[in-house]
Design a protein around this ligand. Structure first.
Ligand SMILES: [Fe+2]
Length: 185
C-alpha cells in the first residue's frame, strides 16, 4: 500500500500538466445579429433605465417603510406591490445588458451618474403621504420617458427582446403613474 502512493501522485502530476480540451477553448465573440456599436448603444440606454428604475424602486420601498396617516394601510400595501414588481424587473434589465455583452451598473455612484430622476427633499416619518404619492407619480413618469428612448434605440436596431422588455416596463410604470395620480385628484 505504501509503495502505491508515489506512483499515484506521479500519474496525477502528469494529468495536471496536460491541458484539457475545455481549458484550451476560449469564449467566442458575440454574434447575435447586432453590431457591436448597436449593442453598446442599447446597453447604454438600458443602463440609464436601470439607474432610474433602481432609484424609483428604492424610493417606493422607503415610502412603504415611512408612510403614516389615515391612508397608511392603502399606501403601505400599494407601495409594497409596486416595489416588489419593480425589484423583479431590475434583474431582467441587468441581465439583458449582460446578454448584449456589457457590464451592468450596480453602485449608487453609477446610478447617480446615469439616472435622470431629479433629487427630491428627503422624506421621513413625519412627511405628508400626498408628497410621497406626488414623488412616486413623477418618478414613474421619469422612468417611462427613459424607457421610451431606449425602446426607440432598440427598435431602430431590430433588437426585439429589448423592445419587448421596455414595452412591458412602460405598461407597468404608466399604470403606476395613473394609479398614484388618481389618489391626488
Ligand atoms: Fe414590509
Amino acid at each position: 500500500m505504501a509503495k502505491s502512493k508515489p506512483a499515484t501522485a506521479k500519474r496525477a502530476g502528469r494529468r495536471a500538466a496536460t491541458p484539457s480540451p475545455q481549458a484550451a477553448a476560449s469564449a467566442p465573440g458575440i454574434d447575435i445579429g447586432l453590431s457591436a456599436a448597436e449593442r453598446r448603444k442599447i446597453a447604454d440606454g438600458l443602463s440609464r433605465f436601470l439607474a432610474d428604475a433602481y432609484t424609483l424602486y428604492l424610493r417606493t420601498h422607503s415610502f412603504h417603510w415611512n408612510v403614516t396617516g389615515p391612508m397608511f394601510n392603502t399606501l403601505h400595501l400599494m407601495f409594497e406591490t409596486q416595489y416588489t414588481e419593480q425589484w423583479t424587473a431590475l434583474d431582467l434589465v441587468a441581465e439583458r445588458i449582460r446578454a448584449l455583452g456589457f457590464g451592468a451598473p450596480g453602485s449608487y455612484e453609477a446610478f447617480q451618474r446615469l439616472g435622470s430622476i431629479p433629487a427630491e427633499p428627503a422624506i421621513g416619518e413625519s412627511s405628508d403621504w400626498r408628497e410621497m404619492v406626488r414623488q412616486l407619480t413623477v418618478g414613474n413618469e421619469a422612468v417611462c420617458r427613459t424607457a421610451r428612448k431606449v425602446l426607440k434605440t432598440a427598435d431602430d436596431a431590430g433588437d426585439d427582446p429589448s423592445v419587448d422588455l421596455m414595452t412591458q416596463r412602460l405598461q407597468v410604470h404608466e399604470k403606476n403613474a395613473w394609479m398614484l395620480r388618481s389618489l391626488l385628484m
